[in-house]
Design a protein. Structure first.
Length: 427
């Protein structure tokens, strides 16, 4: 067992939370390395449902240390709402959470400024907070807990924001004095959890401990590698796990990609295999495809192999986890996009330019469905032959091993393929 990264390989909501929860038991630390409370990782344990936004899903495993790395942007109000919710459910989050002093702090002005950006974001202020980070005027956790100098930092940033508000006629929908006082209070509350998480992790690894890196969003939402500008503002692919945690690439032992057996996207942006009619609605209903953060209906589409080949190349996945296979149980035929056509040109991977994506046609190959309930199947051999053929086809198309298949939200609705890289890396 080594240090593993789990990443979304589509446009998010692939079921990363379920997988992290499943594997967390075998690791000492579970680390989030990018994003903020735009993420929504849903975990079902028996009749209990948890939706984690900022806190790593590993917090649900007793005794595990959950780390919020330097790459995140933290809304402290949202953080404590989540901690309180977990405490009410009997999870001692505060005792097992470590927060990087270098992570950035999100303020209400970031949410107010985001209203100008009309690409269907989660409106949590994520983009504007990362803008301040890149602009080198942001407030970090270290500043928040420094009660002597916090007001200075806070007021300097507020002055910058006021200028932006004036220029773009943005209305301030909060009281600055109240926010300042509230943040001072939250600074004192967060302090016991704050440390140099990069050093904590590196020392732990040196001492033989293991780390599971929990990706949020996904490679197609990655600021550099995704469908820009319809992306989030952080590095949601493999490299981000290192920059966002301070753990070097040479210490990573494996990278797992999570993909739905179909694909979804929330918010605006190109989507070559989108199902616009009744078929899409049926998948949305069966897969309960509604955003875990905003409740928005997720757009649904057929499995897109060129997109997966692209994200597999970016991340060099050791193994793919195919989730929500059960959602396709009812179909008598299942289209899979194998390439794109742009006029006479064939594209075998997702191209970089969004405008191009509007003019490309997905080419489908139709596979027979299995029309059998797979949700209770416990072994690879127990799956209907057509379901195995479907997974084998995805594996071949993506040129990455499929080592794990999920047919339901519960921990025990998971099949691990014997002899796979997945099994080797997780046991
Ligand atoms: P994440 O953001 O990648 O963690 O994914 P979300 O939690 O936003 O969305 C995935 C949803 O699908 C959650 O409600 C999970 O409980 C659920 N889920 C995960 N795996 C499966 C599966 O194999 N089958 C079904 N039916 N639901 C699943
Ligand atoms: P998890 O971790 C799905 C999408 C938003 C929007 C774009 C930018 O649960 O997979 P942002 O608020 O980040 O600036 O929005 O990214 N988005 C997600 N879509 N799952 C997520 O997270 C997402 N986080 C952001 O819908 O299109
Ligand atoms: Mg989600």
């Amino acid at each position: 067992m080594g240090n593993l990264i789990i990443l979304g390989s589509q446009w998010g909501d692939e079921g990363k939370g379920k997988l992290v929860d499943l594997l967390a038991d075998q690791f000492d630390f579970i680390v989030r390395f990018q994003g903020g409370n735009n993420a929504g990782h849903t975990i079902l344990i028996g009749d209990r449902k948890f939706v984690l936004k900022l806190i790593p899903s590993g917090i649900l495993r007793p005794g595990k240390i959950a780390v919020i790395g330097n790459g995140l942007v933290i809304d402290p109000v949202a953080l404590f709402a989540e901690i309180d919710q977990l405490s009410a459910a009997g999870v001692d989050a505060q005792a097992r959470l470590r927060i990087s002093s270098r992570a950035h702090i999100l303020v209400p002005a970031h949410r107010a400024m985001e209203k100008r950006l009309a690409i269907g974001t989660t409106l949590r202020g994520i983009g504007p907070c990362y803008e301040d980070k890149a602009g080198r005027r942001g407030i970090r956790v270290a500043d928040l807990i420094d009660s002597e100098h916090f007001v200075e930092h806070f007021d300097a940033l507020a002055r910058e924001h006021e200028a932006t508000f004036k220029a773009f006629e943005i209305e301030r929908d909060y009281d600055l004095d109240e926010v300042r006082a509230q943040y001072l209070e939250l600074g004192a509350r967060i302090k016991p959890m704050v440390c140099e998480t990069a050093l904590l992790l590196n020392r732990a690894i040196r001492d033989g401990k293991t780390v599971l890196f929990e990706g949020a969003q996904a490679t197609m939402l990655d600021l550099d590698h995704g469908t820009y500008p319809f992306v989030t503002s952080s590095s949601a692919s493999a490299g981000g796990a290192c920059t966002g945690s301070g753990v070097a690439p040479t210490l990573i032992d494996g990278i797992l990609g999570v993909a739905k057996a179909y694909i979804t996207r929330v918010g605006g942006g190109p989507f070559p295999t989108e199902m616009l009619g009744a078929e899409g609605e049926e998948i949305r209903r069966r897969g309960n495809e509604f955003g875990s953060v905003t409740g928005r209906p997720r757009r649904c589409g057929w499995f897109d192999a060129p997109l997966l080949r692209y994200t597999a190349a970016i991340n060099n996945f050791d193994s793919l986890v195919i989730t929500k296979l059960d959602v396709l149980d009812h179909l008598d035929r299942i289209p899979v996009c194998t390439e794109y056509r742009e006029g006479a040109r064939v594209l075998s991977e997702m191209p970089a330019v969004c405008s191009t994506l509007g003019g490309i046609d997905p080419v489908y190959e139709c596979l027979p469905g299995w029309q059998t309930d797979t949700s209770q199947v416990k072994t690879w051999d127990g799956l209907p032959p057509a379901a195995r053929a479907y997974v084998d086809f995805l594996e071949k198309q993506c040129d990455v091993e499929v080592g794990c298949i999920s047919m339901g939200p519960e921990r025990n609705q998971t099949i691990i393929k014997p002899g796979s890289n997945f099994q080797r890396l997780t046991s």
